[in-house]
Design a protein around this ligand. Structure first.
Ligand code: SF4
Length: 152
């Protein structure tokens, strides 16, 4: 693998270089990380028909300049994710095969890693906050305002 190339931990399963980051089989759909990368192409045809692969797995693929979440070299997605208060029970940084080349790790360090297991690449329309976080047109301030308005 190219050591200079950074990778997105919420990547495109269909990218030629895509690998499985983990399986969403933990408690509450949390990600269980694979010890070693497995090519996405080796598993995609095993996902039952009608099941969106992102519902059961997370994929990593190259971090690309044309990504809708890119601002310069930064990933705005992990900025919005980091704006959501973490759960103290999820403070452990997972063991992960992507760390040495992960964009989120490079940008936010342990902060992004602590949020990483609960991030879903599936459709988030049913979760208003998750949909806001996933929207590249939404700012960190808007995420923080939403949280403030819904805090009771
Ligand atoms: S756990 Fe950290 S290093 Fe691993 S993919 Fe997630 S953000 Fe990147």
């Amino acid at each position: 693998m190219d050591k200079e190339q950074t990778w997105c931990p919420s990547g495109d399963a269909g990218a030629p270089e895509a690998v499985v980051l983990g399986v969403r089989s933990g408690e509450n759909g949390r990600l269980v990380y694979l010890a070693d990368p497995v090519p996405a192409s080796a598993v995609l045809d095993r996902v039952p028909e009608g099941v969106e692969p992102g519902r059961v797995m997370r994929f990593a693929s190259h971090c690309v300049s044309e990504c809708k979440h890119r601002r310069g070299n930064d990933c705005t997605l992990v900025e919005r994710i980091s704006a959501v208060p973490g759960n103290p029970e999820q403070e452990r940084v997972p063991r992960c095969h992507l760390r040495g080349r992960c964009t989120w790790w490079a940008q936010t360090g342990a902060e992004g890693c602590r949020r990483c297991p609960v991030i879903s690449t599936r459709n988030t329309e049913d979760d208003e906050l998750a949909a806001l976080v996933a929207d590249p047109d939404v700012t960190v301030e808007q995420v923080e305002r939403w949280i403030e308005n819904h805090r009771r």
